[in-house]
Design a protein around this ligand. Sequence first.
Ligand code: B4P
Length: 190
Amino acid sequence: MLNLILFGPPGSGKGTQSIKIAECFNLAHISTGDILRSEIKNQTPLGLKVKAVIEKGELVSDNLLMELLENAIEKEKSKNGFIFDGFPRTNFQAMGLDTMLEKRNTSISLVISLEVDRDEVVKRLLSRAKLEGRVDDTEEVISNRLQVYHNQTAPLIDFYKKQKKFVEVKGIGSTEVIFDSIKEIVSALI
Ligand code: B4P
């Protein structure tokens, strides 16, 4: 199986690139952000629980996320593997994901990190706010999301570097050019 993680700060283009990677390599696209937003939209008990957390730009609890991920993985059986988008975001989640994949006799193949500077992600998210009106795309919440990324998610870089599974890709430029760089890296794995 080919199991990829797309890594990077909020607004680095994880969602944008994951859709293309999933299609190109026939992978199941698991975006925890999309799953959570759909729960909120449908006003499910889970959605009601996580709404305030997401609106503040904080992370949803690890235990909830692991349950959600287990369900998402179970639903997808017919693909060549997974592209995890926005997951894992904490050490706990990264270790939980390893265990979950081990149980299925598989593992993470590679973590691809989109390198985009702070000014650019803020610019992108503010322009998305105008188009889509996401409640977590306000200046104040973006700033908190970046802080949360720095404190809780960026430490995972070392976790995956130690496993020799971490590569960086320039995340600025046209989405096609960025995708071409990713495609080259992934193609070398298969
Ligand atoms: P996510 O949905 O993962 O949100 P994100 O990090 O903002 O998105 P992404 O990096 O995918 O950016 P995108 O492609 O959309 O998470 C939202 C919230 O959910 C979190 O804050 C948290 O509360 C919760 N959550 C999710 N997962 C969790 C977890 N594992 N644990 C706990 N909580 C969790 O791109 C952004 C914008 O840039 C778009 O408008 C796009 O069009 C544009 N763009 C993309 N590529 C571009 C390019 N090359 N050039 C110019 N613009 C580009």
